[in-house]
Design a protein around this ligand. Structure first.
Ligand SMILES: N[C@@H](CCC(=O)N[C@@H](CS)C(=O)NCC(=O)O)C(=O)O
Length: 258
């Protein structure tokens, strides 16, 4: 049974020191590289799952939330396994064997293939459950959604997230990722500037990629909501974005994924 916890704020991240040492992390990477397996297909040693069944390896944080909100919009329900990020469970060999990136979410399929990377997981779920479409119903719609999703990702999600990891989240991430604390303020400023840029582009549109909710909205919402919790609020000058945020937040999928 799944326990879905919400991220209460950056204090949680800062207060909990990672129990994982660099030595363990290195060992995990070593195992991931040298245990014979087809890339992305590793069944973790000791995995006792019997019979077919997809499951979502879930945790706190905005990335798993994107998948959960996407699923909520589509009415998909899957068994979940909670990975304890604060204790570094995601960086231990069992999870690294599933996802060499050592992060969450990961979606294990019926045949043992493990998908990671939120956009890949969402695109897979879309193909298996086309309605309601959150990527698109034809080539053009899909391309437009992917274009906006990528814009959101590069311009806002990446700088906002790294701005957090390199400052408020440093206590948690310093032994997990290459952290550049000297870049944190610039990254946060960049995210703020790009919010204003996006604000100008979306104008009077109801949604980021057009007149229907899409993966681009879900991605942006989950990360802006995370930013609000960790001291990176939406740029107050971005009036269109603020109105958009309120509209998305009112959707049941926002509460269902929190
Ligand atoms: N590029 C990955 C990013 C995943 C990611 O950063 N996940 C976070 C949770 S929001 C994580 O696992 N953080 C813990 C860590 O890196 O140790 C994706 O698209 O899924």
């Amino acid at each position: 049974m799944t326990i879905v916890r919400t991220l209460k704020g950056h204090a949680d991240f800062n207060e909990a020191l990672p129990s994982l040492s660099l030595r363990h992390a290195r060992r995990g990477w070593f195992l991931a590289l040298y245990i014979p397996q087809r890339h992305g297909r590793g069944k973790p040693p000791g995995d006792k799952q019997k019979g077919p069944g997809m499951k979502l390896y879930d945790s706190i944080g905005p990335n798993p939330r994107v998948v959960k909100m996407f699923m909520a919009e589509k009415g998909i329900d899957l068994p979940r396994v909670t990975i304890d990020l604060m204790k570094g469970e995601n960086r231990q060999p069992a999870h690294i064997a599933r996802n060499p990136g050592g992060q969450t979410p990961a979606l294990e399929l019926d045949d043992g293939v493990v998908l990671a990377e939120i956009t890949a997981i969402c695109e897979f779920l879309e193909e298996k459950n086309p309605s309601p479409a959150l990527v698109g119903t034809n080539a053009e719609e899909r391309a437009v959604t992917r274009m906006w999703t990528r814009r959101v990702d590069i311009n806002i999600v990446e700088p906002l997230t790294n701005g957090f990891r390199f400052s408020d989240g440093l206590g948690l991430f310093k032994d997990r990722l290459r952290c550049m604390p000297q870049a944190a303020d610039d990254l946060k400023t960049l995210a703020q500037e790009r919010m204003l840029w996006l604000d100008g582009l979306i104008g009077g549109r109801a949604f980021i990629a057009g007149d229907k909710i899409s993966l681009a909205d879900i991605l942006l919402f989950c990360f802006l909501d995370f930013g609000i919790q960790v001291g990176q609020p939406i740029n107050p000058a971005a009036k269109n974005l603020l109105a958009w945020y309120d509209r998305i937040k009112a959707r049941p999928s926002a509460a269902a994924s929190a």
